[in-house]
Design a protein around this ligand. Structure first.
Ligand SMILES: NC(=O)c1ccc[n+]([C@@H]2O[C@H](COP(=O)([O-])OP(=O)(O)OC[C@H]3O[C@@H](n4cnc5c(N)ncnc54)[C@H](OP(=O)(O)O)[C@@H]3O)[C@@H](O)[C@H]2O)c1
Length: 235
């Protein structure tokens, strides 16, 4: 029988790679979607050798016909059970820059929406987890477009949970300050920890615990789990 598999978008690096490693630890095969090119040597370095036969790769630009990514899964000897919509573009811009909004909307909202729709047409007993952002309700002049697209993704999670039940569960995880993108952000995270109710940033383990919980808990759908130490509670 084919292994049960999870497709994770943007899974060759950073948080996506953590979701992939956790999925392997849970006994799943993983389909690693990635964007920028990866050599065979780089691929080999991502996972322990014991997992090589449970990892499959697809390179794809999700800005154009994202749903067609799902058509490539039939190349692999797996039975698809889960989809993690992890890909996003995080860049500065507000609604005065409409073309910026549109470019983020395409990756942060339209791609997960179309992937999830195609997934629901192909999978009869499965689940989807959308990765949103715990701070998407706060006004932020610099990141307004990013936050708005993530807010839409949360509403999509609830809407698709209703639409795809009982075959597919749809939930979300909203991370807070977990993994800084650069040195500058790392310094910001250090200062931010003092403002966060639980007093720290960067808790990848809690994020993976939430992931395991949503994968395993078969009576939950339409929920967004915030993993941010309470950051969303403070201004
Ligand atoms: N890091 C945090 O602390 C944090 C906080 C809140 C929310 N989140 C959310 O958690 C998720 C993962 O965060 P992260 O920081 O690990 O993300 P990230 O470093 O920004 O990675 C995003 C991924 O998206 C891919 N991507 C971008 N444009 C693409 C396109 N056109 N087609 C296909 N793939 C594309 C990137 O691939 P390439 O690099 O190859 O383009 C990369 O793998 C995201 O949804 C993010 O919004 C993260």
């Amino acid at each position: 029988m084919n292994s049960k598999a999870i497709l994770i978008t943007g899974a060759s690096k950073r948080l996506g790679l953590h979701f992939a490693k956790t999925s392997l630890d849970m006994g799943y095969a993983v389909i690693i979607h990635y964007h920028n090119p990866l050599s065979d040597i780089e691929k080999k370095q991502l996972f322990k050798q014991q997992f090589y036969n449970k990892v499959f790769y697809i390179q794809y630009d999700l800005s154009d016909q994202p749903e067609k990514l799902l058509d490539r899964i039939s190349d692999f000897p797996v039975e698809l059970e889960g989809l993690v919509n992890n890909v996003s573009v995080f860049s500065k811009g507000n609604l005065s820059n409409i073309s910026h909004f549109e470019s983020l909307f395409k990756i942060n909202f339209a791609a997960p929406m179309k992937l999830s729709q195609r997934f629901s047409e192909n999978v009869k007993n499965g689940w989807i987890i959308n990765i949103t952002d715990s701070n998407n309700r706060k006004f932020n002049r610099n990141f307004q477009n990013y936050r708005l697209t993530k807010l839409f993704l949360e509403e999509l999670t609830r809407q698709q949970a209703s639409l795809y039940a009982p075959d597919i569960r749809v939930n979300g995880i909203a991370p807070g300050a977990i993994l800084p993108s650069n040195e500058h952000e790392a310094k910001y995270f250090l200062a931010l920890a003092k403002k966060i109710p639980l007093g720290r940033t960067g808790d990848i383990q809690s994020l993976m615990d939430a992931f395991r919980f949503l994968v395993k808990t078969s009576f939950i759908t339409g929920e967004i789990v915030k993993i941010d130490g309470g950051w969303n509670l403070v201004s």
